[in-house]
Design a protein around this ligand. Structure first.
Ligand code: PGA
Length: 261
């Protein structure tokens, strides 16, 4: 990571886990750690049903609350969906967009992702845009091209000004929930390719300001090595984010890296 130009972000993705009532206690445990951790921004992305209580519990702390999905329309006949305006109104600050589980199980396309990013930005939310290749694509040596393509479609018609609010997360599908983490070199290679693509579209100045996270079996043990890489500016953490101790360990690992800088 390069703290001179961009923020380190440690973001938890709870996925479909825990009950709304569990947010309060979780945040109570995490908030001291987050208060001391001036070296990074801490984000917790919880299910829709938990957002109101999570925002309430996180008020006055350094923990920002995020959603895990949104719809791209402002309002209308979309049964079961939630708009970005609704999220923003609750006090939500971030929204994960295009997670591979959304793409895989709910048929989300790169074009949907593009529309959702625009909707999030219009509502004042910071999108955490997920990109990542399957094992098959990696084994065919096509990962970098695939991710460049995902990125270009995701950011179509997004301006350099808007890009300042965008967070990118590189999440190889083969590493998500598998315990099979990417090596620091693999994560950095993709992070660099993402930044290079941003540079080609938006110029060096805009590109260096974007935080590029890594996600996929990150935990308190492997975080330090990953976060030490120049183009890994934080983590999007699933399993390990369900445990305050583990999440606090990852936040601490981001500091260790600072010392080594
Ligand atoms: P994991 O999930 O940390 O459990 O692998 C990461 C994610 O899907 O965001």
């Amino acid at each position: 990571m390069n703290r001179r130009y961009r923020k380190t972000i440690i973001a938890g993705n709870w996925k479909m886990n825990k009950l709304p009532g569990e947010c309060k206690e979780f945040i109570l445990h995490l908030k001291e750690k987050a208060a001391a951790a001036k070296w990074c921004d801490v984000v917790l992305c919880v299910p829709f049903t938990h957002l109101a209580s999570a925002v309430k519990a996180a008020r006055g702390t350094r923990i920002a609350i995020g959603a895990q999905n949104c719809h791209f329309a402002d309002q209308g006949a979309y049964t079961g969906e939630v708009s970005c305006a609704m999220l923003a109104d609750l006090g939500v600050k971030y929204v994960i967009i295009g997670h591979s589980e959304r793409r895989q199980y709910f048929g989300e396309t790169d074009l949907d992702v593009n529309k959702k990013i625009k909707a999030a930005l219009d509502a004042g939310l910071r999108p955490i845009v997920c990109l990542g290749e399957s094992l098959e694509i990696r084994e065919n040596n096509a990962a970098l091209d695939y991710i460049r393509m995902q990125l270009k479609i995701a950011l179509k018609d997004i301006t350099a000004q808007q890009l300042r609010k965008v967070v990118i997360a590189y999440e190889p599908i083969w590493a998500i929930g598998t315990g099979k983490v990417a090596t620091a070199e693999q994560a950095n290679e993709v992070g660099s390719a993402i930044r290079e693509t941003l540079r080609a579209i938006y110029g060096a100045r805009a590109a260096r300001g974007v935080s590029i996270l890594y996600g996929g079996s990150m935990n308190e043990q492997n975080a330090e090595g990953l976060l030490a890489m120049p183009d890994v500016d934080g983590g999007l953490i699933g399993g390990a984010s369900l445990d305050t101790e583990k999440l606090a360990g990852i936040i601490e690992a981001a500091r260790q890296e600072l010392k080594g800088n």
